[in-house]
Design a protein around this ligand. Structure first.
Ligand code: MG
Length: 277
């Protein structure tokens, strides 16, 4: 596979929804692969992906887990349904995360990641305690596969995540920093947050968005094409350079309209090329 440059431009793609060839046509040759909870992860699927990645000379840096039953409709729904936090789906999602780790290992991917959900600030909260133990078990499994495990940012303030991160205390635990999520969930200024989490960021999303409307309680902000939201991509890329981050910047765009999504991502590639120069 071709070597990646510092701050290589990549894309966050999804299994089934995207093909490597389509993503590559945006002008990138690395990225992260999201895998929804209902996708079958057998050895034939792993072999097909491995062959395709080789054929396209495309490097996957992370496999991302999505889970059955998750909904990002609004903040209360995210709290109730996303990641490791809901107790009733915890065992099933842990098993799925380990399965994804093994699938990623078969593809030669060195990192897995997911949204673990809203971590409570109170470290004695039963959800905090249970999720910390779960994160440790996932880390230990990933370590046996030679992988890091990255927590996606956004749903709690940087200080809360950092405290949880240090408390979980696993050497292969990292952070996937998403600047737009900090804005969409109204949790804080993403550039400040990046400074707080700096030493632990092992992968990033390049995503943009606007703050939630003040008059609708529980509403999420709106995702925007790169450069058109409140993140300030110039500030973001400058801060990545300042903290010494050298991994890829994975453009993420989550709208339903696929052609618009690809057009926005291609525009994002051009913007980042300018900013990383
Ligand atoms: Mg993201």
């Amino acid at each position: 596979m071709s070597a990646l440059r510092d701050l290589e431009i990549g894309a966050m793609m999804w299994m089934v929804r995207d093909t490597v060839a389509r993503i590559k046509s945006l002008g990138v040759h690395c990225g992260q692969l999201g895998v929804a909870g209902d996708v079958t992860l057998d050895s034939a699927t792993a072999q097909a992906w491995k062959d395709e990645l080789k054929k396209q000379d495309f490097t996957l840096v992370t496999c991302f887990a999505g889970y059955n039953g998750e909904s990002y409709a609004d903040i209360p729904t995210v709290q109730r349904t996303v990641g490791f936090i809901p107790p009733e789906t915890r065992a099933e999602r842990e098993a799925r995360t380990l399965e994804l780790s093994d699938f990623a290992a078969a593809l030669g991917v060195k990192s897995i990641a997911c949204h673990i959900g809203f971590v409570p600030a109170d470290e004695t909260h039963p959800d905090y305690v249970a999720v910390k133990a779960m994160v440790r078990r996932v880390c230990d499994h990933a370590a046996r596969n030679g992988q890091t495990f990255a927590l996606e940012t956004g749903q709690e303030p940087a200080e809360t995540l950092l405290h949880f991160f240090k408390d979980a205390g696993r050497p292969n635990l990292g952070i996937n920093f998403d600047p737009a999520n900090m804005i969409l969930y109204g949790t804080g200024d993403p550039i400040e947050a990046l400074g707080v989490l700096a030493g632990h960021v092992i992968s990033v999303h390049a995503k943009d968005g606007d703050w939630p409307p003040k008059d609708v309680p529980g509403a999420l902000g709106t995702e925007r094409p790169l450069g058109q939201g409140a993140v300030g991509m110039e500030r973001f890329v400058a801060k990545l350079k300042e903290i010494g981050y050298k991994g890829p910047m994975n453009i993420e765009r989550e709208i339903e309209d696929m052609e618009q999504r690809y057009a926005d991502m291609a525009m994002g590639v051009k913007l980042l090329e300018k900013l990383r120069a």
